[in-house]
Write a new protein. Structure first.
Length: 514
């Protein structure tokens, strides 16, 4: 037995150093951790149980039969994060450049199947060059197995992708179908085709960072949800995000410690709005004032900033927040902001996270660029997401709530359970100025002093229509509240809605306006 144990330890040692010292040194020289170091940092100390450590590829040709390292370039297994079980895989760039072959994929298939059957979050650390060319179509077929499992797991278990190096070609589609994507600034790259291919096909010259860098995908494409400056802070953020998510769709998100008085008044909210309704303010300050300890983790913070989405806690309970951001483009809804919010709403609904919406929206963005780009279709995604959501839903109207955009932002008419408005709320088809120009056009043309008459009519319209009280009279908002009471009102609302249940009609699935 001693001899056999020695042989086992030798094989394990080879597996732990599968890429060789030279490859590891080159990897470290780029400022990157190895696949194992990342897992050790991410998971609770001593909790990782590796699976398929001694797997090796069985391919032939192009010299592969003479190079059969253990692990085959990916480390898989399970462990804990803050004591909660998770399944993980970590691609090893020091072995075949992290390229995916048949056995590599089989290991990922196996851990994905395990995570789904056990109802555990699946976290993938991606650092690879795509399909293993030497294994040809087998590699491509193997990718399909990963994609199918991503879809099967979607909405059942949280799926998190962490891009810690190159992620190219078909490899990008698995992260794209997961719930959250993390990238490391100036280290992570995602693209379908690289700069050389882009130049050959289109003649366009673009750098690797411009094409597929973290900030390009955070600001322009909206592909990535979180960007961090280095690998350790990125993995820290993964742990932090996981604290807001349930283990699976049959459970509730973990409740945090009660460190903030649920009955606390937010007196700063009484003075947060500017004198003029056309002046901006920061909705994230409103959110920070209301939630426990001002702790708010924003999702897609760099993309479509006219709307903010993220997780927080109220009385220790996790909530998802969607809020118009008046400080950016007046908080208007456009193609990107509608899509961003729609995805977030559906994520919260899938994982039993109540939704709180802070509304200050002047409408949808006008213009040919938006119309030709499909603002009707994309705006309908957000409408569809809220209508479909069965989790507790609360609406807080702080200021503008105009037209169809008000309806789309989780109004009572599309199923909000409870809606509240500040006295400053303006519920109307449109702003006073625009309404007067349309409704009183003839009156204005006949007036001796058009400007004076316009001002008079705007004042009358504002006093009569641009307020929350007509809506309150009709029950379209459940109460008009002192802004300082916003926190305690949300605490009570979420608490009473916790027993909410909805029976949905039997169907295969709805047809989202994609």
């Amino acid at each position: 037995m001693a001899e056999r144990l020695a042989d086992l330890e030798q094989r394990r040692a080879q597996a732990r150093n599968a890429g060789g010292e030279a490859a590891i040194e080159r990897h470290h020289a780029k400022g990157k951790m190895t696949a194992r170091e990342r897992l050790e940092y991410l998971l609770d100390e001593g909790s990782f149980q590796e699976l398929d450590m001694l797997s090796r590829h069985r391919a032939h040709g192009m010299g592969l039969e003479d190079n059969r390292p253990f692990t085959d370039g990916v480390i898989t297994g399970f462990g804990t994060i803050d004591g909660r079980k998770v399944c993980v895989f970590s691609q090893d760039f020091t072995v075949f450049g992290g390229a995916l072959g048949e056995v590599f994929a089989e290991k990922i298939h196996k851990i994905m199947d395990l995570s789904l059957s056990l109802g555990l979050p699946m976290i993938g650390l991606n650092d690879g060059a795509g399909a293993r060319i030497q294994e040809g179509v087998v590699s491509l077929h193997s990718y399909g197995g990963i994609f199918a499992r991503n879809v099967k797991s979607s909405g059942v278990i949280p799926q998190i992708s962490v891009i810690m190096g190159p992620c190219a070609g078909g490899a990008v589609y698995s992260p794209a179908m997961t719930d959250f994507i993390f990238m490391v600034n100036e280290t992570s790259h995602m693209f379908i085709t690289g700069p050389d291919v882009v130049k050959t096909v289109t003649g366009e010259e673009v750098t690797l960072e411009q094409l597929g860098g973290a900030m390009s995908h955070a600001r322009k494409s909206g592909v990535t949800h979180f960007v961090l400056p280095d690998e350790k802070s990125c993995l820290d953020e993964v742990r932090y995000l996981l604290s807001f998510l349930p283990t699976n769709n049959q459970e509730e998100a973990p409740r945090g410690p009660i460190t903030d008085d649920p009955q606390r008044l937010c007196e700063d909210l009484r003075t947060i709005l500017p004198e003029s309704s056309n002046q901006p303010y920061d909705m994230k300050k409103v959110i920070a004032s209301v939630v426990d300890d001002g702790d708010y983790i924003e999702v897609h913070a760099h993309w479509a900033q006219q709307i903010t989405c993220g997780f927080a806690r109220i009385d220790g309970h996790v909530i998802g927040i969607v809020g118009n951001q008046p400080a950016v483009l007046a908080g208007v809804l456009d193609i990107d902001s509608s899509e961003k919010a729609a995805r977030f709403v559906r994520t919260c609904d899938a994982f039993n996270i109540p939704l709180v919406t802070f509304v200050d929206v002047p409408g949808f963005m006008p213009g040919t660029e938006q119309e030709y780009g499909g603002i009707i279709r994309h705006g309908a995604k957000l409408l569809y997401a809220f209508c479909e959501a069965t989790v507790p839903r609360v609406q807080i109207i702080t200021r503008k709530a105009y037209g169809g955009a008000y309806v789309v932002m989780n109004s009572k008419s599309i199923g909000a359970d409870l809606a509240f408005a500040w006295p400053s709320a303006e519920l109307a088809v449109m702003g006073a100025s625009g309404a007067v120009e349309i409704v009183y056009r003839r009156d204005l043309l006949a007036a001796d002093d058009i400007d004076a008459r316009r001002t008079e009519l705007i004042d009358e319209y504002t006093e009569r229509y641009v307020n929350p009280y007509l809506a309150a009279e009709r029950g379209f908002v459940d109460d008009v509240i002192d802004p300082a009471e916003t926190r305690r009102v949300i605490v009570r609302a979420i608490d009473v809605l916790r027993s909410k249940r909805e029976d949905l009609p039997k169907r295969k699935h709805g047809n989202v306006p994609l």
